[in-house]
Design a protein around this ligand. Sequence first.
Ligand code: HEC
Ligand code: HEC
Length: 355
Amino acid sequence: MANEYDKKLLDVISKLINLLIFLLVLVIVLGILLYNYMPEYVPAPDIERETSTVSSAPLDEKKDVDTVKYWQAPDVATLDSDANKDLILYGKDLIAHTADYYGPNGKIFKSTINGMNCQNCHLDAGTKVFGNNYSAVASTYPKFRARSGSIENIYKRVNDCFERSLNGKAIDTASKEMQGIVAYIKWLGKDVPKGNVPEGSGLKKMAFLDRAASPENGKSIYSQKCASCHQTDGLGIMNGDKTAYTYPPLWGDHSYNNGAGLFRMSNLAKYIKYNMPLGASHNSPQLTDEEAWDIAAFVNSQPRPKKNIKKDWPKIEEKPFDHPFGPYKDGFSEEQHKYGPFQPIKDKIASSKKK
Ligand code: HEC
Ligand code: HEC
C-alpha cells in the first residue's frame, strides 16, 4: 500500500515540477516579449487642461508659442571698440530727437521739418520688432524703387522721409548729420547678410478686409482708443517748452504729407495694429484687424499737407494697390485704391503682371 502511496506522491511532485518549469519558461518568454515589443510609454494627454483652455481662455492664448527668432539690434555697449562710435551715437540721437535739431527750435536749422522725430514712426530708434525698424536697410540698399523709378541709396531713402514723413527739406548728404544717420542705420544692420531681410523687419503683414475700410467706424474707435494722447483734433501735444511733440500729430499741418509711406493705407494699418495704442506690439496687439483698418481709413481721410507727387510711380502699372492717386492701368477707382476692398485690385495687378 505504502508503495502505491509513494508512487502517487512522486507523480504529483513531478507534475508540480513540470508546472513550475512551465511557469518559469512562460515568465521568461513573456519578459522577452514585453521587453522587445512594448510600445514606448507616452503620457496620456491631460484632458482636463485641454478642455478647460477651450472653454475659458480667449482664442489668442491657444496659439502656439511664438518661437521665431526675431532680429535684435546690436548692443550700443559694444560700440566702445568702434572707430565710428561718436558718429553712430550722433546719428542715433538725430533719429530719436530729430525735432531738437530741425524742429521749431532746432539747433541746426529751425523749422525745416514738421516737428516730428524719425523715432515717432521708427520706434525705439529704429530697433523695435515690427515697429518699422531699420534691420534690412544696410542689407538691401542700394535698390530699385518703383516710386521714384530709380535705384536709390540710403541717403536718398533717408531724404525721402525728410521730405514726406517729416514734410520738410532734404538735408545735405555731406553734412555730419546725414553721415551720422546713415552710419547708425548701417551699424544697426551690420550683422544681416547682404540681400537678407530678417524676421521682424519693417512692418508685420496683415490680412485684407473683404469690404472697404470704414472711416465712420474708425472715427468712433479713434475717440475711444487714440484721442487721449493724439487728441480729438488729431494735432497731438507738444512738450512744455514747445521744442518737440510728446504725442505726435496724426493729421493737420504738422503731420506727414500725402506722399509719405504712412499715407498708404496698408502701411498705416500695419503700423497701428502692431504698435498702437502705445505699448502694443506684434505679440500683444490690442486692436482687431477691422479696427486697425478702419482707424487707418479715418486718420488718412483727415486734412494733411500736400506734396507734389506727380513724378511718383513713373510707370503707372507699378503703382501699388493702395496708392490713392490715379491714373491706373487696372481700371479700379481712386476710392477703391484708397479704402479697398484691396484683394480684387491685387489679384488684377498680379494677373496682368503674368501676361
Ligand atoms: C510719419 C512717419 C515716419 C517718419 C517721421 C519717418 N519715417 Fe522713415 N519710413 C516711414 C514708413 C511708413 C516707411 C516704409 C515706407 C514703405 O515701405 O513704403 C519708412 C521707410 C524708411 C526707410 C527705408 C526702410 C526700409 O527698410 O526700406 C528709411 C531708411 C527711413 N524711413 C528713414 C527715416 C529717417 C532717417 C527718418 C527721420 C529723418 C524717418 N524715416 C522718418 C515712416 C516714417
Ligand atoms: C498712451 C498714449 C498713446 C495712445 C493711446 C496712442 N498713441 Fe499713437 N503714439 C504715441 C506716441 C508717444 C507716439 C510716438 C512714439 C515714439 O516716439 O516713441 C505715437 C505714434 C503714433 C503714430 C506715428 C507717428 C505719427 O504721429 O504719425 C501713429 C500713426 C499713431 N501713434 C497712431 C495711433 C492710433 C491710431 C492710436 C489708437 C489706436 C494711438 N496712436 C494711440 C502715443 C499714443
